[in-house]
Design a protein around this ligand. Structure first.
Ligand code: EPU
Length: 417
């Protein structure tokens, strides 16, 4: 199993190109199921999760042609098997995003229930409830959701909580439903908006995406389209947090600064100097960061996907910070690993009290999920001596060429087998 070896203590200097957003690419790939015509994407990140989604779609009969330059063509001329089997769904929960499109296009879908997850329970009851409101019959049998519907009907759906993939699943299903669907308490994440833009290019009639009330007027069929996947705001935020922790001067190109307001504000609070140009962000930092408390919330609040990286930052801050996680009930596993590097963190319920220490010391740590791993890499970049991050397959799921990008910034980081 691959590991990352990091020798900490170097500032980061230089330029990095931001990749396309994983959490936009995955639902957008599923949108290809809604049309018999080709969907041509660009800026698709080269990631394990993208490869897993391609495999899942191919199993259903979708032609998926990825290219090395971030282009990908998908065509679901015919869907031979509207099924998402357990062996893939268990490795990637985002697989559940095929449920809405399959049901809308084929009138049936068989999708494995995702099962447990390292960061929280993550049920899919809101996806199911919404599709039922649109007229679907969904039975859970032998670990699978068996969904059928002659034609989905538009409905008013008030979601119990803000769910990103739940909103995306229902929005995709509603594009081919009969009549109008209103999604209330919808997720406002930029990735939802990017998906809506792609669906719009395919001929869907969607208003209000990016707000908490989305109105979808169903159409009889969707066509082909071209779409450029938005930049990854979490990847961007991760490099910005790394630069704030390690110090130095970094320019991120191909970024979407408008999707990063909460993160940028918190990094400024930590003492980083940040400049914004059209699609670039420049950051400069030196010395220990100031302590910054964060509380995760749905967009436009502070992203749960940035929480671990900010805990790493707080670990070396000049003071005490409180990190509160409100989205997932078990997303503090990195805290225990950060402690192995010498961080002073105590956890009470969904809050972590982080007393910044002057320096961390390198050690072997274990990645537990994607963003936890990113937090550990940041800690490794500032720790004295050598840090080995084990189980980096988590990182490969969601960060394109992480060690190459960090090396290009002067970090001493390498992958070892
Ligand atoms: N929830 C329910 N019922 C549902 C759906 C969600 O109770 O039917 C709860 C979840 O358990 C959680 C909260 O609602 O407590 C929010 O979960 P959400 O559904 O928004 O999460 P998700 O859609 O499964 C996406 C991202 C995650 C990101 C979260 C929150 C994708 C593919 N995944 O997950 O990304 O953390 O939104 O912003 O878009 C990551 O990239 O590392 C990652 C985990």
């Amino acid at each position: 199993m691959d590991k990352l070896r990091i020798r900490g203590g170097r500032p980061l200097e230089g330029e990095v190109r931001v990749s396309g957003a994983k959490n936009a690419a995955l639902p957008i790939m599923c949108a290809a199921l809604l049309s018999a015509q080709p969907l041509r994407l660009s800026n698709v990140p080269q990631l394990m999760d993208v490869r897993t989604m391609a495999k899942l779609l191919r199993q259903m009969g979708v032609a998926v042609e990825p290219a090395a330059d971030g282009r990908m063509a998908l065509q679901a001329a015919r869907i031979s098997e509207p099924t998402a089997a357990y062996d893939l769904v268990k490795t990637m929960r985002a697989s559940v995003l095929v449920l809405g499109p399959l049901l809308a296009r084929c009138g049936q879908a068989k999708v494995s229930l995702p099962g447990g997850c390292a960061i929280g329970q993550r049920p899919v009851d809101q996806h199911v409830k919404g599709l039922q409101a649109m007229g679907a019959t969904i039975a859970i049998e032998h670990g699978y959701m068996h969904a059928t519907a002659e034609r989905l009907r538009g409905a008013r759906i008030v979601m119990d909580m803000v769910t990103v993939t739940g909103t995306e699943n229902l929005m995709m299903a509603a594009t081919l439903a009969e009549g109008t669907t209103l999604l209330e308490n919808a997720a406002r994440e930029p990735e939802v908006l990017d998906l809506a833009r792609c669906l719009g290019a395919m001929g869907a009639r969607i208003e209000g995406a990016g707000s908490d009330l989305i109105r979808i007027q169903g159409v009889a069929s969707l066509g082909g389209a071209e779409h450029q996947v938005m930049p990854d705001r979490i990847e961007t935020g991760t490099y910005l947090a790394a630069a704030t922790a390690a110090g130095g001067r970094v320019r991120l190109v191909g970024a979407a600064p408008e999707a990063l307001d909460a993160t940028l504000e918190k990094l400024r609070e930590a003492g980083a100097r940040i400049g914004i140009a059209a699609a670039a962000i420049e950051i400069e930092a030196s010395g220990r960061p100031k302590p910054v408390s964060v509380r995760t919330a749905p967009f436009p609040g502070f992203a749960t996907d940035m929480q671990a990286q900010f805990m790493a930052l707080a670990s070396i801050a000049d003071g005490t910070a409180v990190i509160t996680e409100t989205i997932f009930e078990n997303r503090f596993m990195h805290a225990l690993e950060l402690r192995r590097l010498g961080a002073d963190i105590s956890i009470q319920g969904n809050s972590a009290l982080v007393r910044g220490v002057e320096r961390l010391q390198g050690a072997t740590v274990m990645a537990t999920d994607l963003r936890a791993s990113a937090g550990l890499v940041i800690a490794g970049l500032v720790a004295e001596g050598e840090t080995l991050v084990d189980r980096i397959y988590h990182l490969d799921r969601g960060y394109e060429a992480l060690e190459k990008k960090l090396s290009a910034l002067g970090a001493r980081i390498e992958r070892i087998s």
